[in-house]
Write a protein that binds this ligand. Structure first.
Ligand code: SF4
Length: 281
């Protein structure tokens, strides 16, 4: 099997930055708790566990004096509560997530009701919601847009890992359904450049290979978007977390395979999966 790699894939700036900050803190303090997993990738969290990084589901689970916020960010009340408890906070929030939080907060301060385009169960979206002082709704897809507008002025921000075409579809649905009753509609495109580049590269590769493999955690939002854009091209697309998940039958009848990987997939996992695919015929 001939294997081609996407031009942009794997660890992004924000994940690398958060991992380095948290590993350095664990080295300095012996151990650190992260609020939720640093990233949605089992191999990365396993490695961090070996470096003394524990995962806490909430501040109540934190047993160390040092607590770290993941690249996905956290609501401001969690930061305040950590400070109130005397915890030392390492803020690994990706600067692009921080910009989405600020955009949402600024919209609320300017009197807008905010629509957050994203997965309501994702840590990043819960964090952005926390910056909106209760004046926001989360909409996961255009079909879920409520019939009634949430206010006379509506602002839109996006989960950083969303797909631009999906955001366009949501904005089009808002214009169609709500615009006649709106005084103002403001859209802030908060999709990060790493997601844009990875999705564009994945789509381009999917158009020229027989089968696509997307590597990333089952809970990883940006990996889900990569799978979505590849599948949209019509090329058979499969998602794996590691080489053990690959199935020989996926490659039967194909001479070429493309590989892309989510923003939290480490290089060594990409190398392992790619080597295994090359063995298929
Ligand atoms: S995917 Fe984008 S927003 Fe998320 S951590 Fe990476 S660079 Fe930051």
């Amino acid at each position: 099997m001939e294997v081609f790699l996407a031009e942009h894939m794997g660890f992004c700036f924000g994940v690398r930055r958060a991992q380095e900050m948290i590993e350095a803190a664990a080295g300095e303090h012996g151990s650190v708790s992260t609020l939720g997993p640093l990233v949605h990738n089992r191999q990365v969290t396993d490695r961090l566990t070996q470096s003394g990084v524990k995962v806490a589901r909430s501040l109540d689970d934190v047993t160390e004096p040092v607590v770290a916020v993941s690249a996905h960010g956290t609501p401001p009340n969690t930061v305040r509560e950590a400070e109130r408890r005397g915890l030392r906070l390492i803020d690994g929030t990706c600067p692009f997530v921080g910009k989405a939080q600020e955009a949402a907060r600024d919209l609320v301060n300017a009197g807008f009701a905010v629509v957050i385009f994203g997965d309501p169960n994702h840590t990043e979206v819960k964090g952005i919601l926390g910056w909106c002082d209760g004046k926001a709704i989360v909409v996961p897809d255009p079909d879920s847009l409520p019939a009634r507008r949430p206010g006379s002025k509506v602002g839109v921000v996006s989960q950083t890992t969303q797909n631009a075409a999906n955001l366009q579809a949501l904005v089009a649905a808002i214009v169609t359904r709500w615009l006649p009753e709106l005084a103002e509609l403001r859209v802030v495109n908060t999709i990060c450049y790493a997601s844009v580049h990875r999705q564009e590269a994945a789509e381009a590769l999917a158009r020229r290979v027989g089968v696509m493999v997307v590597i990333g955690g089952a809970d990883s939002a940006n990996t889900a978007r990569l799978r979505e854009v590849c599948a949209r091209t019509g090329t058979p697309t499969f998602q794996v977390e590691d080489s053990d998940d690959l199935r020989a039958e996926w490659f039967v009848g194909h001479q070429t395979a493309g590989v892309t990987a989510g923003a939290s997939t480490p290089d060594w996992v990409i190398a392992r999966v790619t080597a295994r695919i090359r063995e298929f015929s």
